[in-house]
Design a protein around this ligand. Structure first.
Ligand SMILES: NC(=O)c1ccc[n+]([C@@H]2O[C@H](COP(=O)([O-])OP(=O)(O)OC[C@H]3O[C@@H](n4cnc5c(N)ncnc54)[C@H](OP(=O)(O)O)[C@@H]3O)[C@@H](O)[C@H]2O)c1
Length: 380
């Protein structure tokens, strides 16, 4: 009985220390990675020297992935660019080759199509020795919504893209890296991995998968000379967050994709788990100090606000511009801003055409061009 109080005090001190260290891990690792070049310059090797001359980035035609590709090219790596839009891919390849004088290889692949995509990627890769694979591709709902409001195709797309691509591409390229005895796998997850996220339920669940997957694969391949890095950004102003003008405006807490990627790439080979950006590291610490049940409620509340913001803005913007049959065709040049409804054909065959200008177009590329040709038909 005499020993119970001191024993409890020791247990309390140990548990508190572990909890604080775990919460502070992200900013501490970031500080370590920023300071390493100054204190341990001998440990520094270029990415090319350490992992080889080729890197591959998925979802590289926009947002974080695009900036990852540009930053890796700036550091002298040749790039395998894997994404779904051939025009955007060709433009990016041209930009990279011109700006950085490295080689590129474009692979058109839509990860929502599932298994056959990976056979196609394997064929296209041929014998290119990819030393760094950035599993960046990811999709979310266009705006926060409860599960039953999410179209079945969208829910499946999130699982196939967010969880499927990271799994099958890692499987494909890890084997080659392990055979060479060097390589880096960078899996881009999200702060939403930390707790369930109501109104973005499927997205957060896929990111919890990425976290678990990455940590387990790291253990499996640690002895084979492979670096497996887990990158968990918080908000970055990219089109993924187009549902909120507040997020898109950016701030100290919400960097743009270029600043984010430059900072995140600087941590590669230095730390294994990172948010990738200093202010995200601080936010991550505070988030982790709050119990999961409370974080879940706060996340739900925030997403309700985002949903409300999106609905309000949609209402304002859908003060529809009426374009009569003899209307101004120049509106067609703004197809990026024309809202494609679920029933684009129905819209186009209406007596008058309604175009909600300044909308983000939520439809996939194919639908945009179909919609556009229907419009042209209607105006003829
Ligand atoms: N932005 C954030 O606040 C944030 C926060 C945490 C984590 N993340 C994670 O960071 C990663 C990048 O996000 P981001 O914000 O940069 O997204 P983004 O701006 O929407 O860019 C996504 C990229 O993936 C491509 N893509 C989408 N679906 C695809 C598919 N089915 N097949 C092939 N390519 C596809 C897009 O191609 P197109 O150019 O054709 O659209 C684009 O290049 C994701 O894993 C995301 O979950 C982002």
């Amino acid at each position: 009985m005499f020993f119970v109080v001191p024993a409890l005090a020791v247990i309390g001190a140990v548990v508190t220390t572990v909890f604080i260290l775990d919460s502070l891990r992200s900013p501490l690792e970031l500080i370590t990675s920023y300071l390493m070049p100054y204190f341990l310059p001998g440990e520094e090797q270029s990415l090319v020297k350490r992992f080889g001359p080729w890197a591959a980035v998925t979802g590289c035609t926009d947002g974080i992935g695009r900036q990852y590709a540009l930053e890796l090219a700036r550091r002298g790596l040749s790039l395998v660019l894997i994404s779904r839009n051939p025009d955007k891919l060709a433009a990016l390849a041209g930009e990279i080759e011109k700006q950085h004088g490295v080689k590129t290889k474009v692979i058109v692949a839509d990860f929502s199509h599932g298994a056959p995509v990976y056979e196609h990627i394997e064929r296209e890769l041929g014998t290119i020795p990819v030393g760094i694979l950035v599993n960046n591709v990811g999709v979310n709902y266009p705006y926060p919504m409860p599960l039953c409001e999410v179209p079945a195709a969208t829910a499946w797309e999130l699982v196939a893209v967010n969880a499927g691509a990271v799994t099958l591409l890692s499987r494909l390229l890890l084997a080659r890296m392990a055979a060479r005895g060097a390589g880096a796998l960078v899996n881009v997850s999200s702060g939403s991995e930390l707790q369930p996220l109501p109104l973005m339920t499927v997205y957060a669940a896929t990111k919890a998968y990425v976290r678990s997957f990455t940590h387990a694969v790291r253990e499996e391949y640690a002895s084979r000379g492979i670096v497996v890095q887990h990158v968990s950004p918080l908000f970055v102003s990219t089109k993924m967050n187009a549902f909120s003008e507040r997020v898109m405006r950016g701030s100290l807490l919400v960097p743009d994709a270029e600043s984010y990627a430059r900072s995140a790439v600087a941590t590669l080979g230095r730390v294994q788990d990172t948010t990738g950006f200093w202010s995200h590291g601080l936010q991550y610490t505070f988030i982790k100090m709050v119990p999961v049940w409370l974080r879940t409620k706060i996340g739900h509340h925030l997403n309700k606000q985002f949903r409300e913001e999106y609905m309000q803005n949609s209402k304002k913007k859908s003060q529809l511009t009426v374009v009569p049959r003899s209307g101004d065709l120049s509106i067609l040049d703004r197809s990026w801003g024309i809202r494609c409804g679920d029933d684009a054909g129905g819209l186009a065959t209406a007596t008058c055409l309604f175009a909600a200008v300044e909308f983000w177009c939520l439809a996939p590329q194919g639908e945009v061009s179909t919609f556009r040709s229907l419009l042209v038909e209607e105006f003829r």
